[in-house]
Design a protein around this ligand. Structure first.
Ligand code: FES
Length: 105
């Protein structure tokens, strides 16, 4: 499926990703610089924060408790923040667009 990452300078990068992988993996595999994914997708490092485009916000399953707790400590100030390792790609997410922060730290 196609995913679009938009960085803090509004540069859009469109990538191809496989259904079943995480959004974090898709970003790392395509050298998207705004995503670090230090913990490898275990919801424990919060270096994979992204902001889901408003048009997509209600089409994703809401964060689970552990993700919400992590987000509260790192990204409480932005709406639609998610840890992108916790978003599993499926066919319905074709065209998903997410915004990336300038830095993950
Ligand atoms: Fe570590 Fe997402 S990759 S929290």
């Amino acid at each position: 499926i196609n995913i679009t990452f938009i960085d803090h300078l509004q540069q859009a990068t469109r990538v191809q990703a496989d259904v079943g992988t995480s959004l974090m993996q898709a970003a790392v595999d395509n050298n998207i610089s705004g995503v670090v994914g230090e913990c490898g997708g275990f919801c424990s490092c919060a270096t994979c924060v992204c902001h889901v485009d408003a048009s997509w916000a209600d089409r994703l399953a809401p964060p689970e408790a552990m993700e919400s707790a992590m987000l509260e400590s790192v990204a409480a100030d932005r709406p639609n923040s998610r840890l992108c390792c916790q978003i599993t790609l499926n066919q319905d997410l074709e065209g998903l667009t997410v915004h990336l922060p300038e830095s993950q730290y």
